[in-house]
Design a protein around this ligand. Structure first.
Ligand SMILES: [Zn+2]
Ligand SMILES: [Zn+2]
Length: 238
């Protein structure tokens, strides 16, 4: 599988960057994971919208879904009119309503804890995350590779078990260790993720969703062993 990091910012894009958006590809399948501010511009640098099999929105915070509206316009303008599966939580429904009404380019499916879906040759399984709105982690397995995306979440019991066996993890590292301790139930920190990686026995974690300012300015520590800070437009093959 191949993962392209389209944006690393959250909850708003720092100058020249984009919010959460990641293109996951297997030999047969293309999935866009989250579609925050600035993601469609980045996506169009490397892929035609009509080639997307699905879009997954882990939750409906704007830094993960606000470019769905312009993705719709790009799909409607495509020479080959697509019919893209769009999987998301159902709540808050008012967020997606204007993006979905009056168009046939998306086929919307609501997910819940334990939802499984086949998209092309990839099997997806959603697990409820811990975040201020309904949010999901998603595990994506091919015949011989496994990927896990935390979406936005705080650490919760069993998260290491969900990660176990993954070849690559993409994790929300929005907070510093001190922030994660002070503001529980929202995001994880690099230190927390390093512990999860050890417990799960996972070889590599990409740390993303860097807080609004540049992560270097924000004083983030060096990436822990086995972890790397995501860079915009970086590619990981695994
Ligand atoms: Zn976010
Ligand atoms: Zn969020």
């Amino acid at each position: 599988m191949k993962l392209t990091v389209l944006g690393t910012s959250g909850p708003f894009p720092r100058p020249g960057s984009a919010c959460s958006g990641y293109l996951l590809e297997s030999d047969q399948t293309r999935i866009l994971l989250d579609c925050g501010s600035g993601v469609v511009s980045r996506l169009l640098q490397i892929a035609d919208v009509s080639t997307l099999d699905a879009v997954i929105l882990t939750h409906l915070h704007f830094d993960h879904c606000s470019d769905i509206g312009v993705l719709r316009y790009a799909a409607e303008a495509s020479a080959v009119r697509p019919s893209i599966r769009l999987l998301s939580p159902g709540i808050p429904g008012s967020v997606l309503e204007p993006f979905l009404s009056g168009t046939d380019v998306f086929r919307h499916e609501t997910v819940s804890d334990g939802t499984e879906a086949m998209i092309g040759d990839l099997r997806l399984r959603f697990s409820r995350a811990v975040h201020p709105v309904e949010a999901y982690c998603v595990r994506i397995d091919s015949a011989d590779r496994s990927f896990f995306y935390t979406g936005d979440t705080a650490v919760f019991d069993g998260l290491d078990g969900l990660m176990r066996g993954a070849d690559l993890i993409l994790a929300d590292s929005c907070f510093s260790d001190a922030q994660a301790e002070a503001k529980r139930g929202i995001h994880m920190s690099p230190g927390q993720i390093a512990l999860l990686r050890e417990k799960a026995g996972v070889p590599k974690v990409i740390l993303s969703h860097h807080f609004g300012g540049c992560r270097k300015d924000a004083g983030m520590p060096p990436a822990p062993d086995g972890c790397v800070y995501a860079e915009d437009m970086s590619v990981y093959e695994f």
